[in-house]
Design a protein around this ligand. Structure first.
Ligand SMILES: Nc1ncnc2c1ncn2[C@@H]1O[C@H](COP(=O)(O)OP(=O)(O)O)[C@@H](O)[C@H]1O
Ligand SMILES: [Mg+2]
Length: 247
């Protein structure tokens, strides 16, 4: 079975300049993520995981190298072009949920659709449907502080799904949850994976990484390990990958 690369990073370098100092946080990272793949990114704190996620999520651009998302070159896009790609293709989930505290669960999920200019009736259908899918049909009118951590994260996942993105990016989504609740949230990601979403998830937790299909390890801005299914492949080697997916 051959699979379509939805995301392709070629020799990505990210350098930060702070006064006279420069800090290179990604050092020629090359990576493909296939449509429908469930990938975990692991590595020590400060190794460049969030920097990589921000580039994949079109929140930031690389200093060098090329980033192709769904056939479009995002490496040199303007902020407006990046925002368009982001809105169309990507849903974000964060460790600390990032829900708006004054809004109900329903209103939080509905908000991205308001920004899109979607009519109210359609918005209501989608937001209610997503919350129901997350098992929160009876919590629509609750404010975030009236919900448990796991429930808040499920609201955040419903919000990410509301605009029907094909790619879900999650930065330590279980980092603020206890083990049992974290497992429940991982169960949701596995369910979304089975529904065909491409999922890229950053984690510190080896147990969480085990739930994924592929694992990428980053150490000091370099991919040092790449596993697809049960196969370890040469990091950054597209040829090894093609081989793997042809089997
Ligand atoms: N906006 C920024 N300006 C300067 N340095 C940054 C910025 N963002 C991240 N860094 C630095 O880049 C390195 C990698 O950070 P990050 O990608 O957040 O790592 P991780 O998510 O793996 O913990 C760290 O040393 C961090 O301090
Ligand atoms: Mg991080």
């Amino acid at each position: 079975m051959s699979r379509h690369a939805e995301i392709e990073l070629k020799d990505i370098v990210k350098t930060y300049h702070m006064g006279a100092e420069t800090l290179t946080t990604l050092k020629k990272v090359s990576l493909r993520v296939y449509r429908g793949e469930f990938m975990a990114i692991v590595g020590p704190s400060g190794s460049g995981k969030s920097t990589l996620m921000n580039i994949i999520g079109c929140l930031d651009t690389p200093s060098e190298g090329q980033y192709i998302i769904d056939g479009q070159d995002a490496s040199r896009m303007s902020d407006n072009q990046l925002a368009r790609v982001r809105n169309e293709k990507i849903g974000f989930i964060f460790q600390s949920f990032h829900l708006l505290s004054q809004l109900s669960a329903f209103e939080n999920v509905e908000l991205p659709l308001v920004y899109r200019g979607m009519p109210a009736k359609q918005r209501r259908e989608i937001a209610s449907g997503m919350l129901a899918q997350m098992g929160l049909a009876d919590k629509q009118n609750h404010k975030p502080r009236q919900l448990s951590g796991g429930q808040q994260q499920r609201v955040a996942i419903a919000r990410a799904l509301a605009s029907q993105p094909s790619i879900l990016l999650a930065d330590e989504p279980t980092g603020a949850l206890d083990t049992k609740t974290g497992k429940e949230v991982m169960g949701i990601f596995q369910q979304l994976h089975r529904q065909g979403h491409t999922i890229i998830l950053i984690t510190h937790d080896p147990g969480v990484a085990e739930a994924a299909e592929s694992v990428i390890r980053i150490t000091d801005g370099i991919i040092t390990e790449e596993r697809r299914g049960n196969h370890a492949i040469q990091p950054g080697s597209p040829d090894g990958l093609e081989e793997h997916y042809r089997q």
